[in-house]
Design a protein around this ligand. Structure first.
Ligand SMILES: Nc1ncnc2c1ncn2[C@@H]1O[C@H](COP(=O)(O)OP(=O)(O)OP(=O)(O)O)[C@@H](O)[C@H]1O
Ligand SMILES: [Mg+2]
Length: 487
């Protein structure tokens, strides 16, 4: 049965680390301190009020006796009534009066006074108190307050009596003693009660935190729909829970995208591979002419190019999303960059019967950006615009600087995008009309790549579209790496 200091210390420090214990300790100590201070101040007030009332009583008695002796020195009956009878008539706060002549001999005394008090001690004690009331213990242990004073007899300055007035304050002392006892008993009770109440409050307060933790434990990648019900939570914890729920919304959304993305990748990779395999199987099923072999190889090559484009796009997209990707920033004249893109896509635009223009060359706009990446982003937008614009339509590129940001716009007069599809066009593999886009060779990654490139630049991309009228995509390169200059 040995006390193990280390194990006690260990379990205490474990306990101290719990929020419930700390809050309980804080509530209990604060409560106890508060009760102690309030009770102490009440006690001190009571002591002072009781002392004051005793002092007033003694002063009153002294004044009455002085007046009687001064104004009616011959009124022996009145004096007798005041000193002897009145005291005898009292049940509580018994008081005693003794009148001494100039030689210190008692002239008149309340009966029983010398039995209750050691009169010889009054004079030396009163000398130190200069007319103030002072405490004194009676012969049988009661508490007294005593006051002494001189009282002139009649008009004469030389004749006077010494007044000794003592009042029994043992009932008041008992009251104070009861108060003190009540205080200690109540303190002992509160020492038990406060930690219990504090613990209940603490548990109540941290229950939402435990519920949040419990919900977090239940969440797995296959079980992301779990949410915390915040009804009844205090404001601070409700906002924590809402933030947590929001984070879960984001996670669920990301997981859904990732799993859709994986399914899309598998599907998009399988189609060209199956096509190549089918072509090869058909070609090898029997002997073929040279031309038939050529056709098979050509269509296999087409599929292989499509496959390699898809893989290239996926790799590129992965690179734009990697935090390790570094931009090769340089000062670029965006107007010239657009002109370069226009030249590159001119032939395909002409094939589609679409007029491709780039404006803003007259006014150079300089920005700090990764030339190759922005060229690719704008190229993706132009290729989309050309593919989705009917013969005779127009595709225009423009740039301008505004509040130190550089904007690049690609506008077309094409078929437009339905409003319900618009929020999803930046999703990977999303195509408004999959069959049509596939025919035109789209992988559904172009706009996702544009978004990735703009995020790498700390910029953004916005799209507005009206079916039948056309589409406008705006790229914003932010001020940190953008600078407009007019030569
Ligand atoms: N200018 C536009 N006009 C009409 N529809 C557009 C336009 N730009 C994009 N879209 C729609 O958004 C979809 C997604 O575009 P995105 O560039 O991401 O893929 P894609 O062009 O189909 O394939 P990829 O660009 O990878 O070859 C397109 O399939 C098309 O339906
Ligand atoms: Mg595209």
């Amino acid at each position: 049965m040995f006390w193990k200091p280390t194990s006690f210390g260990g379990s205490f420090s474990r306990l101290w680390r719990t929020l419930a214990f700390r809050l309980t300790a804080a509530y209990a100590s604060a409560g106890l301190l508060l009760v102690f201070l309030v009770t102490l101040s009440l006690y001190l007030m009571l002591v002072s009020e009781l002392n004051k009332s005793t002092e007033l009583f003694l002063k009153d008695k002294v004044n009455v006796l002085r007046t009687m002796l001064g104004e009616r020195p011959g009124d022996a009956d009145g004096l007798h009534e005041e000193v002897v009878l009145e005291s005898a008539a009292r049940r509580y706060e018994q008081f005693y009066i003794c009148l001494l002549d100039q030689q210190g001999k008692p002239v008149l005394m309340t009966p029983g006074m010398s039995k209750e008090l050691d009169l010889a001690r009054i004079a030396p004690l009163s000398a130190a108190k200069h007319g103030l009331a002072f405490p004194m213990t009676g012969r049988s242990g009661q508490a007294f307050r005593v006051m002494t004073a001189k009282a002139q007899i009649g008009e004469s300055q030389n004749r006077f009596l010494t007044l000794q007035v003592a009042v029994d304050v043992s009932r008041k002392e008992e009251l104070l003693a009861r108060f003190r006892l009540w205080f200690w008993v109540a303190s002992a009770g509160m020492l038990v009660l406060f930690p219990l109440i504090g613990y209940q409050i603490a548990r109540q307060g941290i229950r939402p935190v435990e519920e949040i933790a419990e919900t977090a434990r239940r969440i797995t990648s296959s079980h992301l729909s779990e949410r915390i019900v915040t009804a009844g939570y205090p404001y601070e914890l409700a906002s924590l829970a809402l933030t947590f729920n929001k984070m879960l919304d984001g996670l669920e959304d990301s997981f859904e995208r990732i799993s859709r993305f994986s399914a899309d990748i598998a599907h998009d990779l399988r189609t060209p591979v199956n096509n190549i395999r089918g072509e090869a199987e058909v070609a090898l099923a029997r002997a073929r002419t040279i031309d038939e072999y050529r056709d098979a190889l050509e269509s296999s090559l087409e599929e292989a190019v499509r496959l390699s484009d898809l893989i290239g796009n996926l790799l590129f997209l992965a690179r734009t999303e990697s935090p390790l990707t570094h931009l090769r920033l340089e000062q670029v004249d965006v107007s010239q960059l657009l002109e370069g893109v226009r030249e590159y896509y001119d032939a395909s635009a002409a094939d589609a019967g679409v007029v491709l223009t780039s404006t803003g060359v007259s006014e150079p706009v300089i920005a700090e950006l990764d030339r190759t990446l922005i060229q690719r982003a704008v190229g993706n937008l132009v290729s989309n615009a050309v593919v989705h614009t009917l013969e005779g339509g127009r595709v225009a590129m423009a740039t301008h600087a505004e509040a130190a940001d550089v904007f690049i716009e690609v506008t077309d007069t094409g078929v437009g995008i339905p409003p319900d599809a618009l929020p999803r066009v930046f999703d990977r593999f999303f195509r408004v009309d999959p069959s049509r886009s596939k025919a035109s060779g789209g992988t559904g990654l172009g706009l996702a790549i544009v978004q990735g490139i703009m995020q790498l630049h700390g910029g953004s991309v916005e799209i507005t579209s009206e079916p039948g009228t056309g589409t406008r995509v705006t790229l914003r390169v932010p001020s940190t790496n953008a600078r407009a200059a007019c030569y």
